[in-house]
Design a binder for this molecule. Structure first.
Ligand code: NAP
Length: 245
């Protein structure tokens, strides 16, 4: 059975991605920083008849927690096929270029950027043992510098400097990681789930977690002819999905 690790999987989009991957036959490790929230998520999936899931304590801002999670998963599997770097935060308010505080930047980058780096670096050896390793970095079209410079972009006026810049940094990490693994069987992409109804935005997003989950799972299950080092947002490009960095 192939295996997957999803960060921030106790709720929202990450939980749905874990559910969909498990429904497609993966053995899924649901990362959650609070053990009890992870266990609750597992109970919910088991109540739906989904048993190929397991909770793993994983606070992506904490080196020890990431290290422990790698050791725990390493005891259970010799390879990891899919890593979904989903956990993310908005970074609080204000988000104006004038007023956002350095503390806000540090906190958001610690999850959205350094957290992804920590987890990716910790699990890359297990991923390299997979015959078809896939990494999806859950980004946002909001991290596209090109779109945010275009007044016709639908979220042009939704400028939050802390969050947007953290996702732009995540995007560049994705590009460089994909470049460094370009001569391998890895497929590594940044995917925007679309503006989705979750706690993240006080449930203001119009999209469903089901659709958001499908958009991410699609790139987690890409075959060997699939893209790597690209940025996708079906919400912003329903035709090919690809959007500019
Ligand atoms: P959410 O409902 O707020 O869920 C976020 C998840 O990340 C939670 O499980 C949360 O855990 C976890 N998390 C936060 N900090 C963490 C840490 N230090 N270590 C481990 N996990 C941590 O948000 P969502 O809407 O599902 O967002 C998921 C991803 O999609 C994020 O990367 C977000 O930027 C991206 N995204 C969302 C939208 C949208 O409209 N919702 C649009 C574009 C992109 P706790 O429960 O412990 O807080």
């Amino acid at each position: 059975m192939k295996s997957a690790l999803v960060t921030g999987a106790n709720k929202g989009i990450g939980f749905e991605v874990a559910r969909q991957l498990a429904q497609k036959g993966m053995y899924v490790y649901l990362g959650s920083r609070q053990v009890e929230n992870g266990l609750e998520a597992i109970d919910q999936l088991k109540a739906e008849g989904i048993n190929n899931v397991e909770a793993i304590q994983l606070d992506i801002t904490n080196e020890e927690s990431v290290k422990e999670a790698r050791i725990e998963i390493g005891k259970k599997t010799k390879s990891l096929d899919i890593l979904i770097n989903n956990a993310g935060i908005y970074g609080g308010y204000p988000q104006s270029a004038f007023d956002a505080t350095i503390e806000q930047f540090k906190e958001a980058y610690n999850v959205n950027v350094y957290g992804v780096v920590r987890v990716t670096q910790a699990f890359i050896d297990l991923l390299k043992k997979s015959s078809e390793p896939r990494i999806v970095n859950v980004s946002s079209s909001q991290g596209s510098i090109t779109l945010h410079s275009d007044p016709s972009y639908k979220y042009y006026d939704y400028k939050g400097v802390v969050y947007l810049s953290s996702k732009a940094a995540l995007n560049m990490y994705t590009v460089v990681l994909a470049y460094e693994l370009k001569d391998t069987n890895f497929k590594i992409n940044a995917v925007c789930p679309g503006y989705t109804k979750t706690d993240f935005n006080g449930h203001r997003g119009p999209g469903s977690v089901e659709d958001a989950g499908k958009r991410i799972v699609k790139y987690a299950l890409m075959d060997r002819d699939g893209p790597t080092g690209k940025f996708f947002s079906e919400e912003n490009n329903p035709e090919t999905g690809e959007i500019p960095w």
